[in-house]
Design a binder for this molecule. Structure first.
Ligand SMILES: NC(=O)c1ccc[n+]([C@@H]2O[C@H](COP(=O)([O-])OP(=O)(O)OC[C@H]3O[C@@H](n4cnc5c(N)ncnc54)[C@H](O)[C@@H]3O)[C@@H](O)[C@H]2O)c1
Length: 265
């Protein structure tokens, strides 16, 4: 090892290939998770779509030639079964995408301890359960791995009121990402995050909110986006492919902001 070495320059097709890799995407049945699962499958990976919505997970897996499992990421035992399923179906785990997340809006002054716990258990504890179970498997395999956590621009800056618990969970997930990257580096497991801005998904009404309260909440946020539009979920999927593949071979502990410039505002 030294600082004058050069790595072999792989052709782009090989850099982007995930051929033979086993991937788990939590919350992979729709929205950002499905967009990520689709791109990783297109790059050759075998993808386990892991989602609370069993029927949607099955349908999503069928579309991309993957497998499906019904899982609530806030339940540790179910998450361990999810990793076991990937091992049984595909022979191991190489890449984990912690995408499952919820973003109910409620002011702190109207909220209870249970409201806070629910968000933290899914968005933060769920990522811990999955990262621990997947990393244990990756360490046993001895061939490294990748963990990608889907945070949010709210991990850096609040986008609106009513999201204090969400923002706490996403700030937490970003902190967790960095320290886990430090802990797992010796096993060649690289841990990074993607921080999306507004993305058109089922959860955000596919960019056209039907709920007037939600539309009112989104309006000031939309006005702040320099690109004047929400992201298509595939615009997160493409960045996930970058972080999942050898294109990002020297990255760990990073957070890639994909927000149409909204943090500039
Ligand atoms: N859409 C956005 O504007 C946006 C912006 C920044 C970050 N994010 C983050 O991206 C992720 C996905 O968001 P989305 O908009 O695609 O959401 P979505 O609501 O459209 O889809 C979420 C998927 O996750 C599943 N899910 C929810 N709770 C789960 C649980 N406990 N266990 C397993 N699966 C569960 C749902 O069934 C669904 O299939 C979330 O972590 C969210 O915080 C979204």
């Amino acid at each position: 090892m030294g600082y004058t070495f050069r790595m072999e320059q792989k052709p782009i097709s090989e850099l982007m290939s995930l051929s033979g890799k086993s991937v788990i995407v939590t919350g992979g049945a729709m929205g950002i998770g499905f967009a990520i699962a689709s791109r990783l499958a297109e790059a050759g990976a075998k993808v386990l779509v892991a989602d609370k919505d069993a029927a949607a997970a099955e349908a999503a897996a069928a579309k991309i030639g993957g497998a499906a499992i019904s899982v609530d990421v806030s339940e540790g035992a179910q998450v361990e079964a999810m990793v076991a399923k990937a091992v049984a179906e595909f022979g191991g785990v190489d890449i984990l995408v912690n995408n499952a997340g919820i973003y109910p809006q409620k002011l702190v002054m109207d909220s209870t301890k249970e409201d806070f716990e629910k968000i933290v258990h899914v968005n933060l504890m769920g990522a811990f359960f999955a990262a621990k179970a997947a990393a244990k498997q990756m360490i046993a395999q001895g061939r490294g791995g990748k963990i990608i956590n889907i945070t949010s621009v709210d991990a850096l800056h609040p986008s609106s009121t009513g999201l204090a618990f969400y923002d706490a969970s996403k700030h937490g997930l970003w902190g967790f990402t960095k320290n886990l990257a430090l802990e797992l580096a010796l096993h060649k497991i690289w841990v990074n995050a993607i921080a999306p801005g507004g993305v058109a998904t089922p959860g955000t009404g596919l960019g056209k909110p039907v709920d007037p309260a939600f539309a009112a909440l989104m309006e000031p946020f939309m006005k702040k986006i320099p690109m004047h539009r929400m992201a298509d979920a595939d615009e997160i999927g493409k960045v996930a492919l970058f972080l999942a593949s050898d294109l990002s071979s020297y990255m760990t502990g990073s957070q890639v902001v994909v927000d149409g410039g909204v943090l500039l505002a």
